[in-house]
Design a protein around this ligand. Structure first.
Ligand SMILES: Nc1nc2c(ncn2[C@@H]2O[C@H](COP(=O)(O)OP(=O)(O)OP(=O)(O)O)[C@@H](O)[C@H]2O)c(=O)[nH]1
Ligand SMILES: [Mg+2]
Length: 473
């Protein structure tokens, strides 16, 4: 910490003592939100950015540091809905909302995004509510950010930096932390010039958590060196993970990946289905690091289920490439469970964003089941009208509603280690075999005669191979 305890945890303390809950004694940072809408924006023409828009990132980088970032809005999100989301993001970064401002204008001002007059108005409003930081619901070019800060005289953070900050807060594993650091360094690079002094005077707070101030004050070459170093370390970490995956894949087990918009309830569902205890939280991007657990299906075969990072519209492209490896579980899954928050008024828009990400991951053609979650929050009338069909199952992960039906459907959709029904005749003294069946098969009937047990059972292929000699039909 840099002697200013009132600010959000600095990078050092965030790293050494990961916290999931705001320390109650720590004063929450007060954030003033600024929403922006440009009328000339063609609806439907907004770029839908996703976790894998690496090509865009490359184009942006090729075009130089000062490319104007794309508007934070996407086709179907209104600026109000977008501001709602920013509010949730700010909360997830540990901030308290001090005030808000919505600015509509014809087109962005290249120098300051919105007009000088409006900025002065915002400066006044932010000061009157003693805001520590102003959050723009839009991406800012490095020079826009500098120019705006000069007018408002308060720290200014754009949407990308806010999301990077949340990721930095929530990364737990070494791989996760390295990925976030890489994304932050990448974001920081074009913003170095003219900001070194300002940044070092700022102390902690949203947007300053990350590669520490010592690096900020050094030149680009040092940052580039750091990037190379982080990439190297990432490679080492990933090599280990690839080995683990190879070991897993040597056994023919189905894999089921949970995907969905952030906060849809993936981790809650994961916990309910696998009896795991991963963190589920109203904060956005509570999960960054993939977790894999075994789940037993109604047919008694096992599958591996993975919980991973959630998606959001216009995810910063600096995070895109960084988190690609994390999403390999999704790309290789036998079945994708697409979790949606059925109670969200914008669940259709969120689904569209998820669809885009799946496309870019080339995972959109994989077998998929839609899971509409949080149905407990729907009005009773609406709930009664819901019907499961071939593609969709309705559940409440938190209340445990519909989970049996979900598992049945998952079971039916997986090809690996398919169960089949057989008749078996086994000597009663074959205790081990009988115990195996008891544990891993569904037994429909059982008759005893002359020291033999005759059973009708359904068991996964992997189990049947082990008891082949006793199968009679
Ligand atoms: N009422 C209700 N709340 C739910 C349900 N499922 C999840 N939640 C809540 O929704 C919030 C988000 O849940 P998570 O499981 O953390 O969501 P996630 O999709 O893993 O989110 P990220 O990891 O942040 O992307 C938490 O506050 C959960 O308690 C549900 O079925 N009903
Ligand atoms: Mg989660």
């Amino acid at each position: 910490m840099r002697g200013d305890d009132s600010r959000l945890a600095s990078r050092a303390s965030a790293r050494s003592a990961p916290k999931t809950v705001q320390n109650p004694s720590e004063r929450q940072e007060r954030a003033f939100l600024v929403g922006v809408e440009f009328r000339t924006r063609r609806r439907g023409a907004g770029k839908v950015s996703a976790l894998t828009s690496g090509a865009q990132a490359a184009r942006d980088q090729a075009a130089g540091a000062e490319v104007s970032s794309l508007p934070a809005d996407s086709p179907d999100f209104s600026s109000e809905e977008s501001l709602d989301e920013l509010r949730a993001l700010a909360g997830s970064a540990g901030a308290q909302i001090a005030g808000e401002f919505m600015q509509r204008r014809d087109r962005p001002d290249p120098a300051t995004l919105i007009g000088k007059g409006k900025l002065e108005e915002i400066a006044g409003a932010a000061a009157s509510v003693t805001a520590d930081v102003i959050l723009f619901d839009h991406d800012l070019t490095p020079s826009q950010q500098r120019n705006i800060e000069r007018v408002v005289n308060t720290r200014v953070i754009d949407r990308t930096q806010l999301i990077l900050d949340i990721f930095a807060r929530h990364a737990r594993t070494r791989e996760g932390q390295l990925q976030v650091e890489l994304a932050q360094l990448d974001y920081m690079l074009p913003r170095l010039a003219g900001r070194g002094i300002e940044m070092s005077q700022l102390g902690g707070g949203i947007g300053t958590r990350g590669p520490g101030e010592t690096q900020l004050e050094t030149d680009r070459r040092k940052i580039h060196r750091r990037i190379r170093h982080v990439k190297q370390q990432l490679e080492d970490v990933r090599r280990v993970r690839a080995q683990q995956r190879q070991r897993r894949e040597s056994v023919p087990v189905a894999t089921v990946a949970l995907v969905g918009y952030t906060n849809a309830g993936k981790s809650t569902l994961f916990n309910a289905l696998t009896q795991a205890h991963v963190l589920a939280s109203p904060r956005m991007f509570a999960t960054l690091d993939p977790t894999i657990r075994s789940v037993e299906l109604p047919s008694r075969r096992k599958a591996l289920m993975s919980d991973t990072v959630g998606f959001i519209r216009h995810l910063p492209h600096t995070l895109v490439s960084a988190f690609r490896a994390t999403l390999e579980e999704v790309q290789r899954a036998s079945l994708i469970l697409q979790v949606s928050d059925a109670s969200s008024p914008i669940s259709a828009e969120q689904d569209a964003q998820v669809e885009t990400v799946l496309k870019e991951l080339e995972a959109d053609k994989r077998p998929r089941l839609r899971v509409m979650n949080k149905i407990d929050l729907l009005p009773p009338k609406q709930r009664e009208s819901l019907r499961d069909d071939g593609q969709t199952i309705h559940v409440s992960a938190a209340k445990g509603i519909g989970l049996g039906a979900l598992l049945d459907r998952v079971d039916a959709m997986l090809d690996e280690d398919r169960p089949s029904r057989v008749r078996l005749r086994i000597p009663q003294k074959e205790g081990k075999t009988l115990a195996l069946l008891q544990a891993r098969a569904r037994i429909y009937s059982r008759t005893y005669q002359d020291g033999l047990v005759e059973l009708e059972a359904e068991a996964p292929a992997s189990i049947l191979r082990r008891i082949r000699q006793w199968v009679i039909e």
